[in-house]
Structure formats: structure tokens, C-alpha cells
Design a protein around this ligand. Structure first.
Ligand SMILES: Nc1nc2c(c(=O)[nH]1)N[C@H]1C(S)=C(S)[C@@H](COP(=O)(O)OP(=O)(O)OC[C@H]3O[C@@H](n4cnc5c(=O)[nH]c(N)nc54)[C@H](O)[C@@H]3O)O[C@H]1N2
Ligand SMILES: Nc1nc2c(c(=O)[nH]1)N[C@H]1C(S)=C(S)[C@@H](COP(=O)(O)OP(=O)(O)OC[C@H]3O[C@@H](n4cnc5c(=O)[nH]c(N)nc54)[C@H](O)[C@@H]3O)O[C@H]1N2
Ligand code: SF4
Ligand SMILES: [Mo]
Length: 729
């Protein structure tokens, strides 16, 4: 176990996230200047992360002037992180897109939409349905994203569309589908409070999900907290056991733990027998993962491995496993997620309070995207290839069945490759900024610049992607439009319109309606007049699926009950209130045809880009502070948040490496990868091990360095393992 002594811990000199959450006023949060006295209050769901906190929005003359966290919302119970507190501030920025921009020039909507339709039609007519694609997002309401997916595929006839959730959740989706038979994260947030042992794998909730972390802190069972992360993060420092593994050695570690659990007799044999398939093969497979081998390959000592395994089985505690991007972003990501699932299955830690193999989602509506983006899956978690599913969705949506494609889309990276090869000629990006966030950025931008038609629909006209676009469509943001998100615990929450979008910016929903009109397919969407009408269409699409929400009365009921978790078949309000926390698999029945969960596994292989003499360090990337959101188009606009993040990009470098390289704390250095070179300042720390360095993803240049490799099953990019060298300037 490698734990940095607190004395040498040196993150940037800002406050810890727990302090920011507990004493927001001390840090200038919640001080939105307003001499106005609110005359009404309404409730919203935060539009940043997947925690899905409830916010009270204070209104004057129907317009938002301020917000406070909602003490009654079951998710956050009156707390919010810095981003939530500043959610209104970032709407007000000089670079908001207020008019459509065609080749950089402001034009009216009529001109923009005519151009959009002409250009897209020309490309689709001339080159076929594979020549134009859309790239959607986990950051708009699900009624909007479903409209986008349906409009582009059924209305306009595009075959390919994916989303930024490929960068984020694709691995969890694939893993759950294979293991459980449906993409179904089983937990409810109460599980944070009801576990005896919480195992976080590749997750840094103190920074990335601070309010979920608050729920962990409320656990009264004196839980053991295990963190598996190569870095000593804020979360690792708060843990009772931290295993600072070699980057991307998780698969070996988790198989090694499975081996020890079997050896120590820690199995739940009855659960395995009655509810799973494939255990015997798995048992044979992990026989090779002896402690000596695993210690050698992961850097974790055999004593630590034994301690870890014992913590999971001794006294049969309630164990919950949680994973995020340290797992989902990897060259063997799906199998790693499934190795976590296997541990939960073999110890019977699923379907009971305080247990589960739990993928934490990222964006506010990532879970909505998994059900309703109409990209990899047909609406409602259906299969494009299945004729019965197509018939069902045609009946549920009123869209002619022949308009529904009989195969799923290419994945994001395959769409980009097709663009490079000239097969895809137009891409329409909605609420995502891949010129900053996609892997191996220079390559990405080279390809984007080849497109015949690049459309960006965004709140801001200055994003790295918008700057390259032929056409920018100005969108309203969170708070300026209504609809529902689905959070990490499958809770559907409603968020209202509380302010006007600037200039001529329109809700994405209205942009899609207008495009349907200009395209001439509005008849197909005649039942899709309002977000709530689309909500009803989507409810029908979920009928008899594991995610069935046909029982919900509508938006009003979602608001009244403090959100509703799926599944939600018909129940009375009182029944719903009583089951406001729901977890899946309580009866041990999964969603596979024989209702059994499956042990899935594969041999570990080395990451594609290895250290070398020329590039001796492994670069990991991820979140920086709780105040920064992704490409910073929003959080970059708040003066209050600016005080909670480093002023410039800082590379975390181990003190021993620095000594060897003759680099001082704060010095400027060159970080060099095969693909590019950046100049950054250095922060000396023992939070990264020798031979490893870390950069937060929020700076626009970081993805110039990342090596483009992908998990073969989920096609999710592996952002956390690239080889670099650091040179003093
Ligand atoms: N403040 C803030 N919060 C956010 C976001 C944000 O941008 N800012 N984004 C949201 C989104 S979309 C997402 S997906 C989540 C992401 O939430 P997290 O996944 O928690 O965040 P990351 O920092 O990307 O990665 C988590 C950890 O993985 C570790 N890691 C790197 N390589 C490995 C490895 O090989 N094995 C293991 N076990 N760990 C490894 C990193 O050191 C890092 O601490 O956060 C959400 N919340
Ligand atoms: N190196 C590295 N790169 C990473 C990661 C990493 O860990 N390391 N993590 C990856 C992950 S997990 C994720 S999720 C991605 C995120 O990558 P992106 O999706 O590219 O990041 P965002 O900055 O959230 O981009 C959202 C865009 O939508 C706009 N927007 C916000 N709200 C609305 C709206 O309501 N309507 C419209 N039309 N636009 C809106 C914002 O202004 C912004 O431009 O980054 C990935 N990239
Ligand atoms: S934790 Fe996530 S949902 Fe909650 S306030 Fe912060 S950003 Fe918003
Ligand atoms: Mo994400």
C-alpha cells in the first residue's frame, strides 16, 4: 500500500472539496449579488454532473435571480458543489451564441436552417445515408436528445450518430449488457450510506462527484473505504485503504482478488449456483492469478492483496463496488468493469442494501443518453437489428417502420475514421466540444477540417469546435429550457425554464422542431410538440423493458415526488413515495434470457503505448478540481469558480523524478509525446508515483498528447495511458 504522508501532499493551494461543500459562503459561493427580493421559488435539477442535485431557484417576475440547494431533494439533502452554486452565473457570458453564424457571419434563423437542410440533403442524396452523421451528448434533456436521434435517423435519413457518452459511459453500458443482459446500474444512493465496505476503482468522487461523497460521509456503519487509483487523490487520502496500482493493471489486480476470495472460502456459493452462469470457467481462469504474479504486475504487495481480499469477505460485510473513468477509459475497459461485476456476483453483493457493482455516470443526462439517444440502441434500450423491436418502436412513436434503420450506428471513432477516409462528409455536433475533448486532438482537428459541412449547436460561439464550424446554431442552456435528466441512480428529475436565453438562441428542442419543419418531415413528429409530449412517446418506448417508465403520470409527478427512479410501472403516489429508493436485482433475477448473470473475463494484455527510453513517463489525465467542468466553456465564465482552480495548467510530477531531471517546483517544462509537445508549469508532489505524471483535462491542449487507443468492445477511448517525457525548459 503506498500512501503519501500528509506532509508531502501538495495539491494546488486551494480548499478541499469537503470544505467547499460544507462552508460554501466562506468561499464566496451562493453570494450571487442581488438586491432583489425573490417573489417565488421553483425547483430544478443541476445541469452539470450525473449526481443530479436538486436546486431551489429563486425568482423575481418569473426570472431566476439566485439559487440554493434543495434541502428536500432525496439526492443532495441541501448541499451543492461549487458548480451547482454557480449554475446561473455561467449563463451570462459575453461569448454566448446569440445568432446563427454561417462561415462566421451572423445570419437569421431562416437563412441558417435553409442552408443546414440544403447542405445536409445534398450530401445525403449524393453520397447516401452514411455520408452525414450527428454526435449527440449527455448534457441536454432526454426529450431533446431523443428528438435529435429520431429526427436525424428517422426524419433526415442518417445512418450514423453517436455521442460524447462514448468518451464516458460506453464501457459500463457494454459491460452491463453482457453481464446482466441490460444496461442497468443496480444501485440507489442510499447504498453509499448502507455499506460496510466501499470499494472505489478509478473514481475520484471528492472532486468529480462531491455530493455523492457527502453521502459516503453520512454512512454511520464506520465503513472501510478502499480506493484503487495510481494517484493519491483527495479521495484516496480519505480512504482507509489505498492501493496505488501501476496504471492499467486493474484487471490483473481484480482477478488476483477473485483468486484470493476463492482460496479463502469467501464465496456465496448459493448465490452463484442459483443466479449466475460461467463461474466454473472463471474459477479455473483466475487460478493463474497467484498473489506473487499479481504483486509483480500491479505493484501491490502480497500482504496488501491479502488484506484487500480479507476486507471484502471477513464477517460477510455489505460490500459495494463503485467505478468511474479510471476503469471505463482503458484498453481493456469492458473486461475490467466486468471483473468488478464478477467480484460482486461471487460474493453475493448485489440486490441488497449497501452492495452492488455500481458504475457512476458522468454528465447530468448520461443515463438518459443510454436509454434515449437512439444511437447505439434503438429508443428505450432496443436493438436496431431486431425486426420486432423496430415494429414496437414504430408503433410507440407513430413513425413508419421503414424509416427505422435495421442496423446500429458506427461508433464515434469509426465515424471520425470514416470522415478521414471521405465516406462521412458532414457532422452535426450538439452540446459537445470534441476539438478539445477527443483523444489525439491534432489528428481529430485535421479530420474535422476536411469535412464538407461541420455544424456545431452550442451555447457559446467560442468553443474550439465552434471555431472550426461552417455553421453555428445558438442554443439555450440549462435553466433556459425545460425537460428531464436521468442521474446515476436511475432517477428521472425535471428541470424547468427559469430564464430567457440571450439574443436569438433557442432551446435545442425548438431547434430540432424547426429543422423538422424546414426538412419537411414535421408530419412525422406531429406528436412531438412539447418536451412533455415527447416524454410520453418515450414512456411508450420503454414498455416491458427493464427501464419501463410507463407508470409515470408526467412531468408534474416527477417534480412532486422528488424524482422517480426507473423502473416505474403503474403505482399510486403513496406507493411511489414509499419506494423512493429503489435498487435492482433484489430477487436475484437478471435481464438475460435465463435470468442469470454471466461471469465474463479475458486475459490481461499490456496497454498499447508503453514506456520507452525516449518516453519514460506514463501520462494520466482526468478531472482537476470540483470547480472545473470538462472543456470549461461554462465553468470558465465564473469569477467565483476561477478562485477555486489553478490559474494555469499544472503538471503533477513526482519529487524523485524532478530531482533526477533537475526540475524545481513551479518551473516551466516541456511535456513531449510522440504526437505533440506542450509547455506547462510543474507542481512537485508525491501524489503521483515516480514514472507517472498527471494533467487535468480542462486545458484545451492536453488531448494533443493523448494516445488514441480504444477498448475493443465498447470503443471507448483510453485517455489515461500515454507515454511522454518531461524536459526542463
Ligand atoms: N468537477 C468535475 N466533476 C465532474 C466532471 C468534471 O469535468 N469536473 N465530469 C463529470 C464526468 S462527465 C465524468 S465521466 C466523471 C468522471 O469522474 P472520475 O472518473 O472520478 O474522474 P477522473 O479524474 O477522470 O478519473 C478518476 C481517477 O482515475 C484514476 N486513474 C487513472 N488511471 C487509472 C488506472 O489505470 N486505474 C485506476 N484504478 N484508476 C486510474 C485517475 O488518477 C483519477 O483520479 O466526473 C463528472 N464530474
Ligand atoms: N484527456 C481527457 N479527455 C477527456 C476525458 C478525460 O478524462 N481525459 N474525459 C472524457 C469524458 S468522460 C467526457 S464526458 C468528455 C466531455 O467532453 P465534451 O462533451 O466535449 O465537454 P463539455 O465541455 O462538457 O462540452 C459540452 C458542450 O456543450 C455545450 N452546452 C452545454 N449545455 C448545452 C445545451 O443545453 N445545449 C447545447 N446545444 N450546448 C450545450 C457547452 O458549451 C460545451 O461546449 O471529455 C472526455 N475527454
Ligand atoms: S455535485 Fe454535480 S449535480 Fe450536484 S451541484 Fe455539483 S455539479 Fe451539480
Ligand atoms: Mo464523462
Amino acid at each position: 500500500m503506498i500512501t503519501a504522508p500528509a506532509m508531502t501532499f501538495r495539491e494546488w493551494d486551494g480548499p478541499l472539496t469537503t470544505d467547499l461543500v460544507r462552508e460554501p459562503a466562506k468561499f464566496g459561493l451562493g453570494q450571487v449579488p442581488s438586491r432583489l427580493v425573490p417573489d417565488a421559488t421553483t425547483k430544478a435539477i443541476c445541469g452539470f454532473c450525473s449526481t443530479g442535485c436538486g436546486l431551489k431557484i429563486h425568482l423575481k417576475d418569473g426570472e431566476a435571480i439566485n439559487l440554493t440547494p434543495d434541502p428536500d431533494y432525496p439526492v443532495n439533502l441541501g448541499t451543492a458543489c461549487p458548480k451547482g452554486w454557480e449554475a446561473l452565473t455561467v449563463l451570462d457570458a459575453p461569448d454566448r451564441a446569440t445568432m446563427p453564424l454561417l462561415h462566421g457571419q451572423p445570419v437569421d434563423w431562416d437563412t441558417a436552417l435553409k442552408y443546414f437542410c440544403e447542405k445536409m440533403r445534398e450530401i445525403l442524396d449524393k453520397h447516401g445515408p452514411e455520408a452525414a452523421a450527428f454526435l449527440s451528448t449527455g448534457q441536454i434533456m432526454f426529450e431533446e436528445m431523443a428528438f435529435l436521434g429520431a429526427l436525424a435517423k428517422f426524419g433526415m435519413g442518417m445512418l450514423h450518430g453517436d455521442g460524447n457518452t462514448r468518451q464516458c459511459m460506453a464501457t459500463a453500458v457494454t459491460a452491463y449488457k453482457e453481464s446482466f443482459g441490460f444496461d442497468a446500474p443496480p444501485f440507489t444512493y442510499a447504498d453509499f450510506e448502507e455499506s460496510d465496505v466501499l470499494v472505489f476503482v478509478g473514481a475520484n468522487p471528492c472532486i468529480a462527484h462531491p455530493i455523492m461523497w457527502q453521502r459516503v460521509l453520512q454512512n454511520k456503519r464506520n465503513p472501510k473505504i478502499i480506493v484503487i487509483d495510481p494517484r493519491t487523490t483527495e479521495t484516496a487520502m480519505a480512504a482507509t485503504q489505498h492501493y496505488a496500482i501501476k496504471p492499467k493493471s486493474d484487471l490483473t489486480l481484480l482477478y488476483g482478488i477473485a483468486h484470493l476470495i476463492i482460496r479463502e472460502g469467501g464465496l456465496d456459493a448459493a448465490f452463484i449456483r442459483e443466479n449466475t452462469n460461467g463461474f466454473e470457467d472463471f474459477e479455473k481462469f483466475v487460478a493463474d492469478f497467484t498473489p506473487d504474479r499479481v504483486a509483480e504486475e500491479t505493484g501491490i504487495s502480497t500482504e496488501c492483496l491479502a488484506h484487500f481480499a480479507k476486507t471484502i469477505i471477513a464477517g460477510t460485510p455489505r460490500v459495494s463496488f463503485w467505478w468511474t473513468m479510471g476503469v471505463n477509459q482503458g484498453h481493456q475497459a469492458t473486461r475490467t468493469a466486468q471483473a468488478i461485476i464478477n467480484l460482486a456476483l461471487m460474493t453475493g453483493n448485489i440486490g441488497k442494501p449497501g452492495t452492488g457493482a455500481n458504475s457512476i455516470t458522468g454528465q447530468c443526462n448520461a443515463m438518459g443518453s443510454r436509454l434515449f439517444s437512439n444511437t447505439t440502441n434503438l429508443l428505450g434500450g432496443h436493438d436496431f437489428k431486431n425486426p420486432r423491436h423496430r415494429e414496437k418502436i414504430a408503433a410507440a412513436t407513430g413513425i413508419p417502420v421503414e424509416r427505422i434503420p435495421d442496423r446500429p450506428s458506427l461508433a464515434y471513432d469509426q465515424i471520425i475514421k470514416a470522415a478521414d477516409e471521405g465516406a462521412v462528409k458532414a457532422i452535426w455536433f450538439v452540446a459537445t466540444n470534441p476539438s478539445h475533448s477527443w483523444i489525439d486532438q491534432n489528428e481529430m482537428n485535421r479530420i474535422l477540417d476536411k469535412l464538407d459541412f461541420l455544424v456545431v449547436q452550442d451555447m457559446y460561439c467560442t468553443t474550439e469546435t465552434a471555431k472550426r464550424a461552417h455553421l453555428v446554431l445558438p442554443a439555450a442552456g440549462w435553466g433556459e429550457k425545460e425537460g428531464c435528466f436521468i442521474n446515476s441512480e436511475r432517477r428521472i428529475g425535471y428541470s424547468p425554464k427559469v430564464c430567457r436565453a440571450p439574443g436569438q438562441a433557442l432551446a435545442d428542442f425548438h431547434i430540432f422542431r424547426l429543422i423538422a419543419h424546414y426538412w419537411g418531415c414535421e408530419e412525422m413528429f406531429r406528436g412531438w410538440q412539447t418536451p412533455e409530449a415527447v416524454f410520453r412517446v418515450l414512456q411508450r418506448c420503454t414498455e416491458d423493458q427493464p427501464c419501463d417508465i410507463t407508470g409515470i403520470e408526467g412531468h408534474a409527478q416527477v417534480r412532486k415526488l422528488g424524482g422517480i427512479q426507473w423502473p416505474a410501472k403503474r403505482m399510486t403516489n403513496d406507493e411511489w413515495r414509499m419506494t423512493n429508493e429503489r435498487r435492482l436485482f433484489e430477487d436475484g433475477k437478471f435481464f438475460t434470457p435465463d435470468k442469470r448473470a454471466k461471469f465474463v473475463f479475458d486475459a490481461p494484455v499490456e496497454p498499447p503505448e508503453q514506456r520507452s527510453v525516449e518516453f519514460p513517463l506514463i501520462l494520466m489525465t482526468g478531472r482537476g478540481t470540483s470547480a472545473q467542468w470538462h472543456t470549461e466553456t461554462r465553468t470558465g465564465k465564473s469569477a467565483v469558480l476561477a478562485k477555486m482552480m489553478p490559474e494555469e495548467l499544472m503538471l503533477d510530477l513526482n519529487v524523485d523524478d524532478a530531482k533526477r531531471l533537475g526540475i524545481r517546483d513551479g518551473a516551466e517544462v516541456r511535456v513531449i509525446a510522440k504526437r505533440a509537445e506542450l509547455t506547462v508549469k510543474v507542481r512537485l508532489t508525491s501524489c503521483v508515483k515516480p514514472g507517472e505524471v498527471y494533467l487535468p483535462m480542462h486545458d484545451a491542449r492536453v488531448n494533443q498528447l493523448t494516445h488514441a487507443s480504444f477498448d475493443p468492445h465498447s470503443r471507448q477511448p483510453s485517455y489515461k495511458h500515454s507515454a511522454v517525457r518531461v524536459v526542463a525548459k
